[in-house]
Design a protein around this ligand. Structure first.
Ligand code: NDP
Length: 501
């Protein structure tokens, strides 16, 4: 990106763990975004022309680059997000290398021409080809919680499909995306095929106006604005939005594992994951035992500025606004009768940290049970039985994911089928995000469209149907002009013969 493209004000990137200034990046205006888009469009046909094998070579090189430069990648992610070494390594790096491997191998199969012969009697004998061609320029707008996994992760299938990509990272976490751009260049990606438009919301809005598809990950509130902007230009889009994922634990479930899952997937990335566990419903008969286990595990967590492997389990809260929202949810719950079993406060001193927190005596009149908190908080509520748990999980405007622990897997699966969410993990939580062959997306206000699976790459393509009728056919078919009584009768007779059963 040429310095001349930068327009004031530049964006200061600060470490959430200690407030230090890490870097300054330009904030691109609409003209600069349009220039990047033009370069992306220019470069795209040659990139598509490389074919799946040629593109896979570049992305496989990127896969190796990420592992060879793992420490630098982890350090960059950790510096701008304040997350732990482990969360950066497993979730960000781990997901991304597995996604590079998956899409490099599977894109060709998902996007291959599909050929068939029509069997419908009135069209019998026609051949049909369904094909998928790259849309051209895909715009990816990403959030701050997973700058590698969420932003570049969504660019990978778009690139493998033969598109150029223009990525707008969160203004809080642009450095990982800039590192990715540098790495892709080193790995042989042709100039212009992948570009990063640093900036705030206005830069994202400018991007929507110049791309052929928008892949947005972020909050439900911004998602609405993105959808409205995309509607104005009829630009297709997919939205991966907020979550309020619940964990149901019923009698007979393995409580030790359920408590570990609650603590880990509730606090992972300091709770700043769209698919983190945000609420727990425990059957009354096992509530006390489960709660005791969860509280013990959460109490043992170390929170603070990450300093390499095994230094802390819970890192910083990346965004200042998020920290205020977490506090507001706790205050609201306490004012309405909830109690803190452990945690409950922002850490005083340098950096943005919030104590891993378990809330009890909670109900659906509280914000912490109804709105996304996106912090290291775990409200635990007792329920009479599975029916009540299902009703409470579904009593939400959000429907991203859920987790179920029951006496056996069959019962878990039966409960999963009753939940109005995009994915359910039985005897587990959140792992569906790593199951790349399965679609991942939210119900209700958690999103529109999916990532992963066949649909996760076909959305980056325009589909085209080609119907080929036999070369030698009747010169005039009965339905052609001129309309006659005889042909109308013939058509009626045909319809009756074929379909009147
Ligand atoms: P935001 O919605 O605040 O921002 C997301 C991105 O959109 C940022 O890059 C932001 O820029 C940009 N943006 C802001 N305004 C506009 C606009 N008008 N037009 C276009 N782009 C705009 O989300 P957060 O960054 O706060 O991320 C947290 C949210 O992301 C949570 O709700 C979480 O649940 C959700 N999420 C969902 C996932 C899923 O798969 N469903 C996965 C991960 C997170 P800037 O930051 O510079 O203002």
């Amino acid at each position: 990106m040429a310095p001349s493209e930068a327009v004031a004000p530049a964006i200061e990137v600060r470490s959430p763990a200690d407030g230090r200034l890490i870097a300054t990046v330009p904030s691109l205006d609409a003209t600069a975004v349009a220039a990047l888009a033009a370069r992306g469009r220019e470069a795209q046909p040659a990139w598509a022309g490389l074919g799946f094998e040629g593109r896979a070579k570049v992305l496989s090189a990127m896969q190796r680059w990420l592992l060879e430069n793992a420490e630098r990648v982890i350090e960059t992610i950790a510096s701008e997000t304040g997350k732990t070494y482990e969360d950066a390594q497993l979730l960000e790096l781990g997901y991304t290398v597995s996604a590079l491997s998956f899409w490099s191998r599977r894109a060709a199969g998902y996007l291959a021409d599909r050929r068939s012969v029509v069997r419908a009697p009135l069209l019998a004998g026609r051949r049909v080809i369904t094909r998928h061609s790259p849309r051209g320029l895909v715009g990816v707008i990403g959030p701050w919680n997973y700058p590698l996994l969420n932003s570049f992760g969504d660019a990978i299938p778009a690139l493998m499909a033969g598109n150029s990509v223009l990525l707008k990272p969160s203004e809080l976490t642009p450095l990982t995306s800039l590192l990715v751009a540098e790495a892709l260049r080193e790995c042989g990606l042709p100039e212009g095929v992948f570009a990063v438009a640093t900036g705030a919301g206005e830069t994202g809005a400018a991007l929507i106006a110049v791309v052929d598809f928008v892949m947005f990950t972020g909050s439900t509130a911004t998602g609405r604005r993105v959808a409205a902007a995309a509607a104005a230009s009829l630009t297709p889009f997919a939205l991966e939005l907020g979550g309020k994922d619940a964990l149901i634990v019923l009698e007979g479930a393995p409580l030790e594992r359920a408590a570990n899952v609650a603590a880990y997937y509730g606090m992972i990335n300091a709770g700043q994951s769209c698919v983190s566990i945000e609420r727990v419903y425990a059957q009354a008969s096992i509530y006390d035992e489960l709660l005791e286990k969860i509280v013990a595990k959460v109490t043992a967590l170390r929170v603070g500025a990450p300093a390499g492997p095994a230094s802390v389990e819970v890192g910083a809260i990346t965004s200042a606004a998020q920290l205020e929202l977490i506090e507001a949810h706790i205050a609201d719950a306490l004012a309405k009768g909830a109690r803190v079993a452990v945690g409950g406060h922002r850490r005083p001193g340098e950096g943005r940290f919030f104590e891993p927190t378990v809330l009890v005596d909670v109900d659906h009149g509280m914000r912490c049970m109804m709105e996304e908190t996106f912090g290291p908080t775990l409200p635990v509520m007792a329920v009479a039985d599975a029916d009540e748990a299902v009703a409470l999980v579904n009593d939400s405007p959000l429907g991203l994911g859920a987790a179920v622990f029951a006496a056996d897997s069959e019962r878990g699966e039966a409960i999963a089928r009753r939940l109005d969410v995009g994915a359910v993990c039985v005897n587990d939580a959140a792992v569906n995000y790593f199951v790349l062959q399965a679609p991942m997306g939210g119900h209700k206000q958690s999103g529109i469209g999916v990532r992963h699976g066949a649909e996760g790459i076909r959305k980056y393509c325009s589909s085209q149907t080609i119907v080929i009728s036999p070369r030698l056919m009747l010169r005039r078919e009965p339905q052609f002009y001129p309309y006659t009584r005889g042909s109308a009768k013939l058509v009626r007779r045909l319809l009756n013969t074929l379909y009147r059963r």
